[in-house]
Ligand binder design. Sequence first.
Ligand SMILES: Cc1cc2nc3c(=O)[nH]c(=O)nc-3n(C[C@H](O)[C@H](O)[C@H](O)COP(=O)(O)OP(=O)(O)OC[C@H]3O[C@@H](n4cnc5c(N)ncnc54)[C@H](O)[C@@H]3O)c2cc1C
Length: 406
Amino acid sequence: MNKSLHRTVIIVGAGPVGMTAALALRSQGLPATILEAEPQGRFRPGSRAIFIHKATLSLLEDICPGLGFTLKNNGIIWPVKRTFYQGKEVYSRRYAPPEPEQLPHFTSLAQVEIERHLYEACLEANVEFVWNTPIKEVTTDSIGVFLSTESGESWTAEYVIGSDGARSAVRRSAGIELEGPRSKDSFLVVDLKEDENDPLPLERTFHYEHPAMEGRNVLFVPFKGGWRVDLQLLDGDDPEAFGEVEGVRKWLPKVMHPKYADRITWVSTYQFYQVVARSFTDANRRVLLAGEAAHLFAPFGARGLNSGVPDAILVVRGIVQALGAEDEASREQAIAAPAEERRLAAQYNRDAAGIALEHIQGGSPYMRTKRELAASLSSVLPRLGRWLDEGPYGPKTGHSQVTTKY
Ligand SMILES: Cc1cc2nc3c(=O)[nH]c(=O)nc-3n(C[C@H](O)[C@H](O)[C@H](O)COP(=O)(O)OP(=O)(O)OC[C@H]3O[C@@H](n4cnc5c(N)ncnc54)[C@H](O)[C@@H]3O)c2cc1C
């Protein structure tokens, strides 16, 4: 085998989680190599992870000073949130502007922009990118990992971080299954380009049972340069009829200025998975999974990338400890501990996203009645309006035995 294809640690996948793992390795003084299936400069569609929590910005700032603030400065922070029930406003809140020298509660920018900033930080930190290298198979033994690529190349490493997304070849090779359900309802996600000459006010707005949409829920979220509109389809709706660009052009003017029908940049229909890998490491404690290779959640509460970042940072800490371990038992423990911590975090995150999903779907008579009552009493009991506002995002807390928030 060609000796130059050995690295101490190999990261599979140059998505945001893989690049975070690379920065975490560099911050510990270790070299970082990412093997990526796609070519350099590939097109990545869709706004996806537009909501980055403060906890994530702080973690990124720790491993790469300046990066958290770069994301803050290149995102937007919407100052107003409003919630409507059948067309009637039941809650609104205006936030004070963030302190300029502090990280804000969140920032909102398209995932492709987050990835661009991560990539620039990786180049600055001398991360090695190997493009056009789809990994086909990964095998491990007690001394390391053997990776084979689709084109027949072989690589070896002491440790591999599998951050190769939802269809992870690393996870499949390790024989690790994802466990959990998939949402029953379909959701439509539409990205729109903002009209910079006449932009809408920066307000995150959630409509329960929008009257112009025959009672479907609609969420509007601004991000830097655009808007994301999430439409919850009802039983019997044809996802294709709503989700084709022509279909979106028909319904969108009912809920937004008609000009946005010509500003559609991405449309996608989802039934969200709510799944977590049975284990985040292999039997030999040589492979660690991170990000969507390890878990998939409904996006309500924004726990996807916001938990992929701590996955990456904690697995790197484990690998650093394992590399310095004095015996096999401590080496294995150094890998098993973060793997288990992140699995617990993922289960909590999945359940939190599930609570949000249940609230939004309002599938049970109990939840529907509760929502109706809260809406009718919100003018006299403002905390009920707040409950309606916060419900679609699930609990704000994290697992009590986990060292990071998400
Ligand atoms: C509609 C929607 C909205 C969302 N909103 C939010 C949000 O507001 N906040 C949030 O935190 N999260 C959000 N998420 C989740 C977020 O998008 C994901 O958590 C994030 O993209 C996961 O990143 P990743 O690096 O794990 O995986 P990916 O981004 O999928 O990256 C995986 C990488 O691995 C590469 N790869 C795949 N297979 C191989 C292989 N065999 N060999 C080598 N490379 C390979 C891929 O090409 C890719 O570059 C949202 C998701 C969706 C769908």
